[in-house]
Design a protein around this ligand. Structure first.
Ligand code: G3P
Ligand code: CA
Length: 315
């Protein structure tokens, strides 16, 4: 990649002493919390239930990938937050699903062709038809100055700050989007940032636990040596015939099927479990599909409607 100029932190860079102290100070309000601590779901009394993960934040209620959508998900009691990351032209990780800006902002063109300062001029909120009965939670939802009506682009850094600042255990499922013109640079910069926050290990004392995901097997292969202690999810909308007995590629330990895959092949969940893999299913937005996920015993339900799912499973 030629036109991505370095930003802090450099891929592979360790925090300096001063930077580390700054990070520790930042995370101090979360000290005393611990990871949610179970491998196959959330402990609830004597039984386990699936993790409920907010897909792009509480994104049925508020515009996806905005700080407001994530703060709402935290307030609703979600166990985890899902986000997609892409690189800007000047090397910043931003939380945007599509390769282009058109659907979720008043901008046009490719995310990868813009520098962060350009994205920061755009509005990422007004496209969304927020239902009338949805109340905003009391936070700096737009990330803008009080007299600025825009909802600003969300950087991964800001999302990590919010997750760490929540002061309670949170799973953070971060998906790298491919193909992209920056290739492996996305994973390099992501892991560098996680190291900076001390989140490249599963039992960080902030209570935030990161899992990495992609539809790209190559990306997951690249991640394994960079972040050997983090769980990895291979996302899939189709399961290859030779993998229907529950095999996952080397380096991947969690299956990430779409809901349609699971509904068409419900036996796959048991097949993955028999091989010792967990199963995170997306995007589960209908109450009857939540019931099916409970029957099948999946390990995480990824949803645009975390409150509905929590209520449906009796939380
Ligand atoms: O959580 C996985 C899911 O987000 C994958 O699909 O297109 O919503 O990123 P997509
Ligand atoms: Ca995603």
């Amino acid at each position: 990649m030629t036109d991505v100029t370095p930003t802090s932190p450099e891929p592979g860079a360790e925090p300096t002493g001063a930077e580390d102290a700054e990070r520790r100070a930042f995370t101090a309000n979360a000290e005393g919390t611990s990871g949610s601590g179970t491998l196959n779901g959330v402990a609830h009394g004597r039984r386990l239930r699936p993790m409920v993960v907010a897909h792009r934040g509480s994104s049925a209620a508020l515009p996806e990938h905005t700080i407001g959508a994530y703060m709402r998900a935290i307030a609703e009691g979600a166990d985890g937050l899902e986000c997609d990351v892409r690189l800007t032209r000047d090397g910043h990780l931003v939380c945007i699903h599509d390769g282009r800006l058109n659907r979720v902002s008043n901008g046009t063109g490719r995310v990868s062709r813009h520098v962060l300062a350009e994205l920061d001029e755009l509005d990422f909120g007004s496209w969304h038809p927020r239902p009338a009965d949805v109340e905003l939670v009391d936070v700096d939802l737009a990330g803008s100055a009080p007299d600025d009506p825009r909802t600003r682009v969300l950087t991964l850094e800001r999302l990590l700050d919010a997750a760490v600042g929540a002061g309670r255990p949170l799973q953070l499922l971060i998906e790298t989007k491919h193909p992209t013109r920056y290739g492996a640079e996305v994973e390099d910069r992501l892991v560098a940032m996680l190291r900076w926050y001390g989140l490249d290990k599963p039992h960080d004392d902030t209570g935030v636990r990161v899992t990495l995901m992609s539809f790209s097997e190559l990306a997951m292969r690249r991640i394994r040596p960079l972040a050997p202690d983090l769980d990895t999810v291979l996302l899939t909308e189709f399961v290859r015939p030779d993998r229907r007995e529950g095999r996952l590629p080397i380096g991947v330990n969690v299956a990430g099927p779409g809901i349609r895959v699971v509904k068409a092949n419900p036996g796959l969940v048991a097949a993955w479990h028999r091989r010792g893999h967990r199963v995170f299913v997306w995007t589960v937005n209908e109450p009857r599909d939540v019931d099916l996920m409970m029957e099948l015993g999946v390990d995480a339900i990824i949803t645009d409607r975390p409150r509905m799912v929590l209520e449906r499973i009796g939380q």
